[in-house]
Design a protein around this ligand. Structure first.
Ligand code: SF4
Ligand code: SF4
Length: 128
């Protein structure tokens, strides 16, 4: 499961994530993080036999968790299939089909944001 975690300033200094990994059978992958002493956000992928318990633990400790299905959203009306995003994606999450339609694979996407900042029509946005 992929999710955005929101950290308030109160939680930033707590070792919640390291305790999670130590105490639960979870695979925890940090895809993107923007955290300062004032708080912040982290995009993660969590799996494992105790993922559900691990999620409850994080929420109990005060981390707000927002599960997501899509890391990025593409507005098909704005996309002109120019391919600019395709050439920049570092994990091949963007493909071009035989009709030259640009498609996104949310399973592969790591939320780096290269596509969102490069899109000339602002058709792609990170989904928070
Ligand atoms: S850069 Fe924007 S307009 Fe071009 S293919 Fe990607 S989403 Fe579509
Ligand atoms: S956010 Fe990054 S990884 Fe995801 S589709 Fe855009 S360029 Fe690729």
């Amino acid at each position: 499961m992929k999710a955005w975690l929101k950290f308030s300033p109160r939680i930033v200094s707590k070792p919640v994530i390291s305790d999670l990994i130590k105490d639960y059978d979870v695979t925890f992958n940090i895809l993107r993080a923007d955290i300062t002493p004032k708080g912040g956000k982290m995009l993660i992928e969590i799996s494992g036999s105790e993922a559900e318990e691990g999620i409850k633990y994080m929420e109990k400790e005060g981390i707000q968790l927002n599960p997501i299905k899509k890391v990025v959203k593409k507005d098909e009306d704005k996309c002109m299939d120019c391919g600019e995003c395709y050439s920049l994606c570092p994990v091949e999450a963007i493909t071009v089909d035989e009709k030259w339609n640009v498609e996104l694979d949310d399973q592969k996407c790591i939320g780096c944001g290269f596509c969102t900042s490069s899109c000339p029509t602002k058709a792609i946005k990170i989904a928070y």
